[in-house]
Every structure is written in structure tokens, then in C-alpha cells.
Write a protein that binds this ligand. Structure first.
Ligand code: ADP
Length: 503
């Protein structure tokens, strides 16, 4: 054990131990109080306190440790403690910038290296002390700057405390540095003198204020962040509720719109038969135009014969007259069918010869089929009958056939073919309408039965939606399978139960 040199030395060493104890107490109190936040900043702050406290213990252990050891370990631990605290303060709010960390790290490293160099190159104690106090006077300005910055952006009470601590440290260490420069200061770290007293007093006051400030700012920020998060959550919840409300309203409106269109189309016969009437009008146009042309031909031939006073070509006139009769009969047929249709369309369920109904519709589109050179094949099982609304079912079949013809026309297939097959099962019947047209793209298949979804420039996108609705109101099902580029089969499945017998 080295002998004690004077009565003064152990007293100053005791003050170092007391200082170390204060550091530990304050940092431990903060760690204990803030540990539940599990913040890395709090851990860094506590670790810095331990470094500083250990550094002070080293300073207080002269006699137990060699002077070189005191300088090497003491300076390193004090510098690390200070640096850690400054990083923690800088990072309150936003993380400290990498540039600042590097600059401070290098500065601290330079200081430690210079101190070691002086110590081991045999420089005098005065010089080592001057570098030590001079550096820390400058270094502690950082607390002042941090306090200033935090005060602008965040909490003012904690910021004032940090700023004041930085001021106290800079002033007290500055006084000590000036005293050393002026030759008044105690050059022995362990000597009791007025300038040493000022440094210790500054340390005690500043470290308390720094810890109080850090804790105040940290708690305030955490509290503020929580309030902000809660406000954000409340806003999000409000917005989500509003969205939900909107989408509910929109969904209800859409459902209402669909129902209104469905009701209108199904209940209002004249509107529901629009497509059928349009088809009839088109069909009627063909024989009427032909009749007109033929009549004009007869007129021309007769006028020519009369003006030239010759006999008209009776063979030609006979052929033309035959054609006129044929076309007029066809027009009569079409009009009769239309009348039948209206007669049947009382919106009541009747027993229907479904094969005849399908063939009537096929007849309606026969001109289109002929014109487009589409081969139609039909095949029905016996007793292909059911109970239902004839007009509505006619609309469905017409729509399926028209769609098939459109798909074939769009595909330009070499051997266009439309096949209709009617099958009877125990309690239901099935009608398959198959075409070898362009088919339906897989990504569009989900939309086929949706309202207003069409791929045709003049389409409405109502046909299949309405057809499905009609079939379902008959207790049946309308489905399809389709192979793009190969064709499509729509299958209509309807129960054969005779509702008229039940009534
Ligand atoms: P629209 O005929 O007015 O377009 P639909 O509801 O009848 O309305 O048909 C909806 C869409 O389904 C059509 O635009 C078409 O793209 C597709 N589609 C229906 N039938 C066929 C079919 N047999 N082949 C290929 N596509 C079809």
C-alpha cells in the first residue's frame, strides 16, 4: 500500500467517490423509472452513467492504481460516459445524424490519444490537466447546444434543465481552465483549492440537472408520441367507419337498382318484349323488301310491254308473282307468331311445349342463320315440356341464340355451327345451346352474368343477366362452359314439375 502523502489527498479522493456514487444513484433511478419503456436511449443513458461513475472511481483510486493507470482508464471512461450521454440527448426525438456521431467520436478519440501521448511522453502534470479541463470546457458546450435544440422542437422544461447543466459545466470548467492558464489553479488533481471546489460543485449541480432534464424530455416525448398514435388511430377508425358506411350505402343502392331493373323488365310486358319485337321487325323487313322489289319488277315489265305494245313475258311474271305470294305468306307467318306471342304473354305460368317454343325462336333467327351460313342442328328428347312463362322463356332462348350467332360471327370460323339439344330427365329438363364461336376469355367469365357487362359495341349487357334471373325465378339454373377460340355451351336446367296441377 503506497503511503498517504498528505491529509488533503484522501479527502479529494473521497469527493471523487461521492461524485461517482451520485452518478450511479441518479442513473440507476432513471433506469429504474424508465426501464418499462424498453428504450435503447434509456439503456445508453444508464450505461454512460456507469462509465462516468467508473471513471470517477478510477480518479478516486490513486494510490491503489498507478498514475499512468489513473490517466489511461480515468480519461477513457469519463470520455466514453460523456459521449454516450451526448448521443442519447441528441437522439431524443430524431436519431443523431451519422455525421455528428463520427465528428464527435473522432474528436473524443483525438483527445484521448493526445492525453495518452502527453502522459507517456513525460509531459508535466500541468499540461495534462490543462488539456483535460480545456477539452471538457469545450466538450460540455454540447449539452448547451442539445438543450437549445430540444427547446425549439420539444419540451421546454427539460430542455432548460439540460441547457442550464451545459452552461454550469462550461462555466465551471472554463473558470478552472482560465485559473490553470493564469497560474492560479491547482495543478494537482487531488489538491483542495477554490478552483477545485468550483469544478466539483459544478459537477454535482450539472449532473443532477442533466438527469432530471433527460427524464423530463423522455417522458414528455413518449407521452406525446402516445397521444399522437392514439389520435392517428382514432382518425383511421373514423375513416374506416366512414368507408364502411359508404360501401354499405353503395351496395344497398346497387342492389336496389338491380331489383328495380329486374322488376321493370319482368313485370312490364311491353318493355320486356322489346328485344323480341325488334327481332320480329327485323324478320318482317326481309320478306316485305323482297315483295316490294318484285312488285316493282312486275310494274316495269308491264309498263315496257304496254309502251311497246308487246306481250309481256308471262313466265317471268309467273315466277315473280310466286315469289310475291311466298314472301307475303312468310310475312303473314311472322305476324301470326307475334300475335301468338302476345296472346301467350299474360305473365302466367302455362304448360308449354318447350320444343315448339325453341323451334319458333329458331325460326325467328333463321334468316340471320342463313345469311351467315351457320348450320343449325336440333335434337330433342320426347315430351320436352314444362310449366312456365312462355314469353320470358322465349326471351331467354332468343338471347342465347343471338349471343351464339354473334360469337360465331366474331370468330370467322370455317364451319359455323349452332347446335341445340334438349334432354329430359326425371324431374327436370336441360337445353344446351352450343356454338363454335370465339368463346369467352377466362378472366371475363365471372362477368358474363353481370348487369351492363358487354364486349359488343352495340351490346347492352342485359341479356344474360335477365336470362339468369328469369331461369332462377322458374326454379332453374343457367350455366355455361367455354373454351376461348373453340366455342361455348350454355345450359339451361329447368324443373319439369307441372305447377298448373298444384294450383
Ligand atoms: P350483350 O349481348 O348485350 O353483350 P349479354 O348479357 O347477352 O349482353 O352478354 C354479355 C356478354 O357475354 C357478351 O357481351 C359476350 O361478351 C359474352 N357472351 C355471351 N354469350 C356468349 C357466347 N355464346 N360466346 C361468347 N361470348 C358470349
Amino acid at each position: 500500500m503506497p503511503a498517504k502523502e498528505s491529509r488533503v489527498i484522501p479527502d479529494v479522493q473521497t469527493i471523487f467517490w461521492m461524485d461517482a456514487f451520485l452518478y450511479l444513484m441518479l442513473h440507476a433511478a432513471i433506469w429504474y423509472g424508465l426501464a418499462r419503456f424498453r428504450s435503447r436511449l434509456v439503456s445508453l443513458w444508464s450505461l454512460s452513467g456507469i462509465f462516468s461513475a467508473l471513471g470517477l472511481c478510477v480518479f478516486g483510486s490513486r494510490g491503489f492504481l498507478s498514475d499512468d493507470m489513473v490517466v489511461v482508464l480515468g480519461m477513457l471512461l469519463m470520455t466514453l460516459g460523456n459521449w454516450g450521454r451526448q448521443i442519447a440527448l441528441r437522439s431524443l426525438g430524431d436519431a443523431a445524424s451519422a455525421r455528428w456521431m463520427w465528428a464527435h467520436g473522432l474528436m473524443n478519440l483525438a483527445f484521448v490519444a493526445l492525453t495518452y501521448a502527453l502522459q507517456f511522453s513525460g509531459a508535466s502534470v500541468e499540461v495534462v490537466m490543462l488539456v483535460f479541463y480545456g477539452y471538457f470546457t469545450f466538450n460540455c458546450l454540447e449539452y448547451f447546444v442539445s438543450g437549445q435544440r430540444i427547446g425549439i422542437e420539444h419540451d421546454t422544461i427539460g430542455a432548460t434543465s439540460v441547457k442550464a447543466a451545459g452552461g454550469v459545466l462550461t462555466v465551471t470548467l472554463g473558470i478552472k481552465t482560465i485559473a490553470l492558464l493564469a497560474g492560479y489553479g491547482a495543478t494537482n488533481l487531488y489538491e483542495v483549492s477554490w478552483d477545485q471546489f468550483i469544478v466539483f460543485a459544478g459537477q454535482f449541480v450539472a449532473i443532477s440537472m442533466l438527469n432530471v432534464g433527460f427524464m423530463q424530455i423522455f417522458i414528455d416525448q413518449t407521452h406525446r408520441a402516445r397521444i399522437q398514435a392514439e389520435q392517428r388511430l382514432a382518425r383511421e377508425q373514423e375513416r374506416a367507419a366512414l368507408f364502411q358506411q359508404h360501401s354499405d350505402d353503395l351496395g344497398a343502392l346497387l342492389r336496389e337498382r338491380e331489383e328495380i331493373i329486374r322488376q321493370l323488365t319482368l313485370s312490364n310486358k311491353s318493355a320486356g318484349m322489346g328485344a323480341l319485337v325488334a327481332s320480329f321487325a327485323h324478320e318482317l323487313n326481309q320478306p316485305l323488301t323482297a315483295t316490294m322489289l318484285h312488285a316493282e319488277l312486275v310494274q316495269t315489265k308491264l309498263s315496257a310491254a304496254m309502251s311497246q305494245n308487246t306481250q309481256p313475258d308471262l313466265n317471268i311474271l309467273k315466277t315473280v308473282a310466286d315469289a310475291i305470294v311466298k314472301n307475303t305468306q312468310r310475312s303473314g307467318d311472322i305476324i301470326r307468331k307475334l300475335r301468338n306471342l302476345f296472346r301467350m304473354s299474360k305473365g302466367e305460368y302455362t304448360r308449354i311445349d318447350f320444343e315448339r317454343l325453341v323451334m319458333d325462336v329458331a325460326d325467328l333467327v333463321s334468316f340471320k342463320l342463313l345469311e351467315s351460313e351457320i348450320h343449325l342442328s336440333t335434337e330433342f328428347d320426347d315430351n320436352f315440356r314444362l310449366t312456365g312463362d312462355a314469353t320470358q322463356l322465349q326471351q331467354v332462348v332468343l338471347n342465347l341464340m343471338n349471343n351464339a350467332i354473334d360469337a360465331i360471327l366474331e370468330s370467322q370460323v370455317r364451319h359455323p355451327h349452332l347446335s341445340i339439344r334438349g334432354q329430359v330427365f326425371e324431374d327436370h329438363l336441360e337445353l344446351h345451346v352450343q356454338d363454335n364461336g370465339k368463346g369467352i376469355d377466362p378472366e371475363r367469365q365471372d362477368d358474363v352474368f353481370s348487369l351492363f357487362k358487354t364486349t359488343k359495341s352495340e351490346g347492352m349487357g342485359v341479356g344474360l343477366w335477365l336470362s339468369k334471373s328469369i331461369i332462377e325465378s322458374h326454379g332453374g339454373k343457367l350455366t355455361f362452359t367455354s373454351e376461348p377460340g373453340q366455342g361455348t355451351v350454355f345450359t339451361l336446367r329447368l324443373p319439369t314439375i307441372d305447377y298448373t296441377l298444384l294450383a
